[in-house]
Design a protein around this ligand. Structure first.
Ligand SMILES: C[S@@+](CC[C@H](N)C(=O)[O-])C[C@H]1O[C@@H](n2cnc3c(N)ncnc32)[C@H](O)[C@@H]1O
Length: 341
């Protein structure tokens, strides 16, 4: 794949995903393919109708019903794609990219990959000169993530590796010590991975953890601090409140997603470095003992688990979407995967 794949631009072509909005705001997402049709109670829309039109066009179906056609934004896609595990919401993905300073050309490690929502933002941020290595201990989740990324990007990015395995064992055998610029952890027990992350990170590198509960936040903060290998961890939460803006009715929306998770980040110190503020501070013993680790079970922290049957269904859904994207791109336009200009 080339970098042009990361820039969804230009007139609609076969292989493109298109989000159609009907008169009552009803959404349909289709992948344009030769001979493809969207059937609704209100008529038939032939995919060919869209080919060559600019993004943001309005098209009519067989009975004259109009649809606004737009390529989905990354945030639209992640909110509607098949999920195996809970995703990082777009508001948090944006913060992760900025707070962890994910830059074009960076070598980034991510774990777990879950449904691949965050992977998409990270792939965009590292660009074609960067590299993303995503670790996931459950094979089915890795499959969902691969299929979602392939569907959105129109192919598997050449700079993305998905390693199936626990980060603690798989990271040291996959990447050289001190070779990684940034690490993003989104998992139940990130503190279990802090030691291998410290080994993999280059001096000055950033680790950022996304956790759902205050108890996890506290535990990972204390673990990072206790290593003496990182700067003082910084924690935050991001709330985004939508506003209704119409005439004189300008007010916050009645509803919002109030809580998703916390972010905590720290930077890897050079070997042997002891920053002045740390030298003065008496490092307190962590208030958690080994027996407390037992408390962090998925149920205890309110993590919703997916049944095996449901997960298999999500894998099939994600793979069907990726098959559709591949087929549509291959049938309609051989250049669709490599040229977007
Ligand atoms: C909440 S999900 C990640 C969601 C993902 N960030 C996204 O945006 O789609 C957490 C994932 O971490 C995986 N996981 C937990 N601990 C892990 C570990 N030590 N190594 C690798 N994967 C791990 C789980 O299997 C799960 O799929």
């Amino acid at each position: 794949m080339t970098d042009t794949d990361l820039r969804p631009r230009g007139p609609f072509r076969f292989g493109d995903r298109v989000q159609l909005t009907g008169p009552k705001g009803r959404l349909h997402t289709i992948t344009l393919r030769e001979g493809g049709e969207l059937h609704t109670h209100h008529g038939v829309l032939r995919h060919e109708t869209l080919i060559g039109l600019p993004d943001g066009s309005v098209v009519a179906n067989s009975s004259g019903m109009e649809y606004l056609a737009l390529r989905p934004l990354l945030r639209d896609f992640v909110m509607s794609m098949p999920r195996g595990a809970a995703i990082v919401y777009p508001k948090d993905a944006g913060q992760i990219v900025v707070q962890a300073d994910i830059f074009p050309g960076a070598v980034v490690v991510e774990a777990g990959v879950g449904s691949g929502a965050l992977s998409l933002s990270l792939l965009r941020a590292v660009g074609v000169d960067g590299r993303l290595v995503s670790f996931e201990r459950r094979d089915e989740f890795a499959e969902v993530a691969r299929a979602n990324v392939e569907t959105f990007m129109g192919g598997m990015p050449g700079n993305w590796d998905v390693v199936v395995g626990d980060l603690v064992e798989a990271l040291p055998r996959t990447l050289e010590p001190a070779s990684v610029d940034r690490v993003v952890l989104d998992m139940l027990a990130p503190w279990e991975c802090v030691d291998v992350v410290a080994e993999a990170l280059a001096p000055g590198g950033v680790v950022i953890c996304y956790v759902a509960t205050a108890t996890q936040l506290s535990r990972v903060a204390e673990y990072i601090r206790g290593t003496d290998l990182f700067t003082e961890p910084q924690a935050s939460e991001t709330m985004v409140r939508g506003w209704h803006v119409e005439g004189l009715a300008v007010r916050p929306d009645h509803r919002m997603v109030a809580h998703t998770g916390f972010l905590i980040s720290a930077r890897r110190l050079a070997p042997g470095a002891v920053p002045p503020d740390v030298r003065k501070r008496t490092v307190k013993k962590a208030s958690y003992g080994d027996e407390d680790v037992e408390l962090w079970t998925p149920g205890a922290v309110g993590d919703r688990t997916i049944t095996d049957k449901n997960l298999r269904k999500r894998v099939r859904e994600a793979q069907r979407a990726a098959d559709g994207a591949r087929l549509a791109a291959g049938v309609g336009d051989e250049d669709a995967l490599t040229s977007d200009s």
